[in-house]
Write a protein that binds this ligand. Structure first.
Ligand code: C5P
Length: 202
């Protein structure tokens, strides 16, 4: 069965947690596409070449989750040739046999506009910065400033800007607990799968 769940949204909105839970529930493969851009960002050198030659080792680095890696990712993500180099891999992953969940910024709009399910997970900047600060520590005001800078770059770029697909279900987690957000996402996928009953939750 080919079944794609596209989960987009800004940093620290809860996309990763929701994606992992959906993938686990339905036995789908999961791809965190932000890790691809982070790996390109921290690799250094020519970003286009880095994207074209991205390796398993690059994706296994232990410094991909830092604030700096997030900023570096969003700087290389504005380059159309970098995005083009990462596109085929993401598309293949999305349409693999057995179902796939991809989270990122442009999955429902560019990578897989034909996705069966599209979610746009968002929350206000203060809430997201607070969550990221709990994860990473440091100075909360600085975390908020970095997040706002990254939002502006991701939403303002010409190539595949961050925005909800017209047919995406928007989940605002500003005041919605993560468990409730996960339950809504799972219910939404389940409702869709009822039309194709061969796939049942584990
Ligand atoms: O999701 P994460 O915070 O790891 O993404 C890091 C950065 O990579 C984002 O701020 C964005 O600039 C870029 N990105 C992107 N398209 C995606 C995933 C991430 O442009 N599909």
């Amino acid at each position: 069965m080919i079944f794609t769940v596209a989960i987009d949204g800004p940093a620290a909105a809860g996309k990763g947690t929701i994606s992992r839970a959906v993938a686990e529930t339905f036995g789908f493969a999961h791809l965190d596409t932000g890790a691809l851009y982070r790996a390109v960002g921290v690799k250094g050198g020519d970003p286009v070449l880095a994207a074209q030659t991205l390796s398993v080792e690059d994706l296994a680095r232990d410094d991909l989750r830092t604030l700096e890696a997030g900023q570096a990712a969003s700087r290389v993500a504005v380059i159309p040739e970098v995005r083009a180099a990462l596109l085929a891999f993401q598309r293949r992953f999305a349409r693999r046999e057995g179902g796939a969940v991809l989270d990122g910024r442009d999955i429902g709009t560019v990578i897989c506009p034909e996705a069966e399910i599209k979610l746009f997970v968002t929350a206000n900047a203060e809430v997201r910065a607070h969550r990221r600060w709990l994860e990473l520590g440091g100075d909360e005001a600085q975390v908020l400033a970095a997040l706002r800078e990254r939002d502006a770059r991701d939403m303002g770029r010409a190539a595949a800007p961050l925005k909800p697909a017209d047919d995406a279900l928007v989940l605002d987690t500003s005041e919605l607990a993560i468990d409730a957000a996960i339950a809504r996402a799972i219910a939404h996928v389940q409702a869709h799968l009822r039309a194709a009953p061969k796939q049942s939750p584990r």
